[in-house]
Design a protein around this ligand. Sequence first.
Ligand code: SAM
Length: 207
Amino acid sequence: MQIEAVKTAYRRYARIYDMVFGAVLQPGRRAVLDALQLRSGDRVLEVGVGTGISLPLYPRDVRITGIDVSREMLERARGRVARAGLRNVDALLEMDAEEMSFPDASFDKVVAMYVVSVVPNPAKLLDELHRVCKPDGEVFIVNHFQSDNPVVGTLERALGMFSSQIGFDPEVDLRKLVPAASNGDVRRVNFFWKMVRLRNGVKHRQL
Ligand SMILES: C[S@@+](CC[C@H](N)C(=O)[O-])C[C@H]1O[C@@H](n2cnc3c(N)ncnc32)[C@H](O)[C@@H]1O
């Protein structure tokens, strides 16, 4: 995935995103929100915030910053925040999650929902998620990862040939991204998605 292909794909998706991917991706969003264990005043960063569909799920007493590379997706998110009166959203910024402008250790929790398979370099993304997270903070990821099932694996490889067009790579290998030795807590959300919870400072391999 190249960043320009991502922007083009989500420019096209923006208007229909909530209708197509709203309900179907909601179990993963809810799983992350349930696992976050947020405390009043926590600062949360959500990368790839998209249309802001998850924003109403956060408690009103935490501060949220959202970033995305797609201007059109962010416009939707801003509209949602205004309509719902979400005063706990501090900022929605156009920014690349692989090269964020936030200082180190800016956030208590960092969240990436359905983003790892969309960015050009998932390992670089992970480095950045850890960098902007406080040393005692946590990083949460929900995503589809490459299947061990040979039939599903074949379908993923076929789909992978069109990743630029469809806007995601179905072949991200969870074991390379988060090795077992890293103490990453991996939980299956359903057949398609897994949630990964990482204490900050956890090492991961380069993809
Ligand atoms: C599949 S959507 C997920 C949106 C939202 N998190 C959700 O739960 O529906 C992926 C989002 O990640 C954004 N994205 C892709 N690459 C990015 C990057 N390098 N930095 C920031 N956002 C990115 C896309 O523009 C898109 O809005």
